[in-house]
Design a protein around this ligand. Structure first.
Ligand code: OXD
Ligand code: MN
Length: 593
């Protein structure tokens, strides 16, 4: 299997702890995948879908209390609490290992332990990192085969470089009271137990590529970010790349593969998708920032995905896709709320129960066919807009970084920050209002710096400092922007149509990057002149665009209170430069009032 002694010893040690009946090494071949699929069908872990309509597609159902990431059970286990910071759950490594060991002990009895060698990023690229996940779940293996580069090529690589992230996962008894997602950044180790939900168990994704990678990236001076990467082919045929961070459920996936609206398509725009969730970015020898997507698949939310919101994704998930927690139709195809076509007359819901539209639970609430966080796992290569540079070891050069949030008022459709330091401040103060889809008070503002709050594997104050330092290392730093697709009018109606029309805003972003248009200087940054946003083919109501671009100083002064409170929790670890930006903003707001 491998000559890497460190790897062999670790696998033996973990096997001794978990006591599997057998150990199988995943080689990345189609033949082995076919065997695993067959076994998963026999065991009931997968249900075969209609192979004529959905070739290579399967359905999986999780336990009903295991349908989303469990942030309260997710820990950063550094020796010092301060290194995890005030926004992470922390546990001392010793305690964490001890608690988890008690659950892992014998957890794989009568099961197979699969050894999955995987690479995040193209195998052998400067950017890439290798992990090895041990798991007792075939579902995890089959998903990892889509989401990461798996197999023997990775093992060969590990013979030269023996560094890898040690990832241990067991479903154990899927008991929420015995569930823990533990990160040991100082040991390059992840232990996840008691869950079968993607975000908790596909350890290459949030756990390695964000939490562990962010920790390593600070030390090695690069970025591991919760960002999409997209190429925008301009009318002259040149492709410019942007990276964008939005909190979960703000439409990153849809933006990453949008199809230009007619009005812009005729000008010659086209989108190339590099990634929809994670960006690893480095300063290259040219002094610019270059990015790769470490993943090779999409793990996307199904509800709301249809030909209007995301045509390319609808195409992507027609083959070789694993669906999780969606509705099963009588013809063995799948459906979810907000899918294309008619609502099916009947089906089997995500909990495996007979379902009909209009059914209500005992509280009178509609019973959903698909779990609101139901998912599909699909290879990027299926995507019609997949970038031709996906496998390039150097990645793509980033012209602009875009931050965004969901704000009914306050933030204009788009603004450009004054410089890198101000851009970092804008990223660090990102916020979204709670939607009906989340528990908690509607409209409440949650701060989510750089969309990394649940994913930063160390103290966020150090993370801000890292961002500031990186700016100094980049002679050709990207410009930083902020967007808000969610501004509403006085009646609460969205002012901006969103989805594909968002390209009009990105066109302005690139115009600014290339010094093609001017802008209006406001207290918060540079805002477009309405005439500089190409509105060909889009009719907004009278005055809507002006309203979308308004900056209300008194609202921003109010916003400062929330920012101050958020910053204060980092105490003296908070970089002074961000407090300077805070004071400068306050000054500008007061003097322009
Ligand atoms: C995701 C998330 O699943 O951000 O990508 O929650
Ligand atoms: Mn995400």
């Amino acid at each position: 299997m491998t000559k890497n002694k460190k790897l062999k010893d670790w696998v033996s040690k973990m096997a001794k702890l978990c006591q599997p009946e057998e150990i199988v090494w995943i080689d990345g071949t189609d033949a082995q995948r076919a065997v695993l699929e067959k076994e998963a069908l026999e065991s009931g872990e997968l249900i075969q879908l209609n192979q004529e309509k959905l070739p290579g597609c399967y359905l999986h159902r999780t336990a009903i209390d295991d349908v989303a990431r469990t942030e309260h059970l997710t820990f950063i286990c550094t020796k010092k609490k301060r290194d995890a910071g005030p926004t992470n759950n922390w546990m001392p490594p010793k305690t964490a290992y001890k608690k988890a060991k008690a659950i892992f002990k014998g957890a794989m009895a009568n099961r197979t332990m699969y050894v999955i060698p995987f690479s995040m990023g193209p195998v052998g690229s400067e950017f890439s990192k290798i992990g090895v996940e041990l798991t007792d779940s075939r579902y995890v293996v089959l998903n990892m085969l889509i989401m990461t580069r798996v197999g023997n090529a990775v093992l060969r690589h590990l013979e030269e470089k023996d560094h890898f992230t040690k990832c241990l996962h067991s479903k154990a008894d899927l008991n929420i009271n015995r569930r823990m997602i533990l990160h040991f950044p100082e040991d390059n180790t992840i232990w996840s137990v008691g869950s079968g939900y993607g975000g908790n168990v596909l350890l290459g994704k949030k756990c390695l590529s964000l939490r562990i990678a962010s920790f390593i990236a600070r030390r090695e001076r690069w970025f591991a970010e919760h960002m999409l990467i997209m190429g925008i082919e301009e009318p002259n045929g040149h492709v410019e790349y942007i990276a964008a961070a939005f909190p979960s459920a703000c439409g990153k996936t849809n933006l990453a593969m949008l199809i230009p609206p007619e009005g812009l398509k005729i000008k010659g725009y086209r989108i190339w998708t590099v990634g929809d969730d994670i960006a690893w970015m480095r300063v290259d020898s040219d002094g610019a920032l270059w990015a790769v997507n470490p993943e090779s698949g999409f793990f996307g939310v199904a509800p709301g995905t249809n030909s209007y919101t995301n045509f390319n994704m609808v195409e992507t998930i027609k083959k070789n896709t694993i669906y999780t927690n969606v509705l099963l139709k009588p013809d063995k195809t799948v459906w979810w709320e907000g899918a294309d076509g008619e609502i099916p007359a009947s089906g089997i819901d995500w909990q495996g129960r007979p379902w009909k539209p209009g059914m209500k639970d005992h509280n009178g609430k509609p019973i959903l066919g698909a779990q609101p966080n139901s998912r599909f796992t699909s290879p990027i290569v299926n995507c019609p807009s997949a970038s031709f540079r996906l496998e390039q070891h150097h990645g793509v050069p980033i012209s602009a970084i875009v931050f965004g949030g969901r704000r009914q008022h306050l933030a204009p459709l788009v603004y450009e920050t004054f410089n890198w330091q101000h851009g970092v401040f804008v990223g660090a103060t990102m916020a979204s209002e709670r939607t009906a889809a989340q528990v908690g008070e509607l409209g409440e503002v949650r701060r989510d710096p750089m969309a990394m709050l649940p994913f930063c594997g160390y103290n966020m104050a150090y993370y801000f400092k890292h961002w500031l330092d990186m700016g100094k290392r980049m002679p050709k730093a990207p410009k930083i922007f902020h967007v808000n697709w969610f501004r509403t009018d006085d009646k609460g109606k969205f002012l901006w149509p969103g989805f594909k029309e968002n390209l009009r805003v990105l066109e302005w972003v690139l115009d600014r990057c290339n010094n093609r248009v001017g802008a209006r200087e406001t207290s918060i940054g540079y805002v477009p002149y309405p005439a500089d946003i190409d509105m060909t083919g889009l009719d907004l109501s009278e005055g809507a665009l002006e309203k979308l671009l308004e900056v209300e100083n008194k609202d921003w002064l109010e916003e400062l209170k929330g920012i101050r409170k958020f910053f204060q929790q980092f105490k003296k670890d908070m970089p002074a430069q961000l407090w300077d930006e805070y004071k400068n903003l306050e000054k500008r707001l007061k003097s322009n009032d």
